[in-house]
Design a protein around this ligand. Structure first.
Ligand SMILES: [Zn+2]
Length: 217
């Protein structure tokens, strides 16, 4: 599995264009979790590299939903190295992680993906926006994630998926200073594994104290 970004040529499933993108296949190990379940480590922040946007048609999706044609060689110099470097730099500026996840949420919603899946894409946009230090974008996606997780709960989630969504609804409301709603959702994180219940109890106490600050779990 690839643990740091590498350039790869992808094939768009929608328009069949091919294009280079930096990709990763996993988030890594040995880091820590923030209270909205964002994985952090001392290595590369992985989430922007787990999705890609087709530059031709704008279709955006997880890397696993593109066909990988070939990993590109590490050009040591010359025209190819410069062209690839310039392209990837421009791509990073045009499509920061939060934008990629925003487009991916729209693409998957059009394709009829389940609400909890769309909620998770907006949640990842929240994590990326925080990394990008864009509080307005972060708030926008906090609201969108709430909407989709609420829709998922209304549609009847069960088991661990229901408990996880309830925890996230508590935590996202807490981050938005909606403490009464947060407490209500944290109280619905049951039945759930012991570790998730203990996180919910911790965050619920903070919500009662009207504390919206992100925590390390
Ligand atoms: Zn395309």
């Amino acid at each position: 599995m690839i643990k740091s970004p590498v350039p790869c040529r992808l094939l768009c499933s929608e328009c069949l264009a091919t294009f280079p993108a930096e990709v990763m296949e996993m988030t890594g190990t040995g880091g820590w979790l923030e209270s909205d379940l964002c994985y952090q480590s001392h290595g590369t922040f992985p989430y922007p590299y787990l999705v890609a946007v087709c530059p031709c048609c704008g279709w955006a999706a997880y890397i696993r939903d593109f066909e990988k044609l070939a990993y590109l060689p590490r050009y040591s110099g010359g025209i190819m190295a410069k062209a690839l470097r310039d392209y990837l730099r421009e791509d990073r500026l045009r499509f920061p992680g939060s934008k990629k996840y925003s487009l991916a949420a729209a693409s998957y919603a059009r394709a009829g993906a389940p609400p909890v899946f769309i909620g998770d894409l907006h949640l990842r946009a929240v994590w990326c926006a925080r990394q990008e230090r864009s509080p307005e974008v972060e708030d926008h996606h906090l609201e969108a994630a709430l909407l989709w997780f609420e829709r998922a709960q209304a549609g009847g989630l069960s088991g661990f998926e229901a408990a996880r969504a309830a925890y996230l609804l508590g935590e996202l409301n807490r981050r938005l200073s909606r403490f009464d709603e947060a407490v209500r959702w944290f109280n619905r994180v049951d039945p759930a594994p012991v570790w998730l219940r203990s996180w919910a109890e911790r965050m619920c106490l903070l919500a009662r104290e009207k504390n919206f600050v992100l925590q390390v779990l």
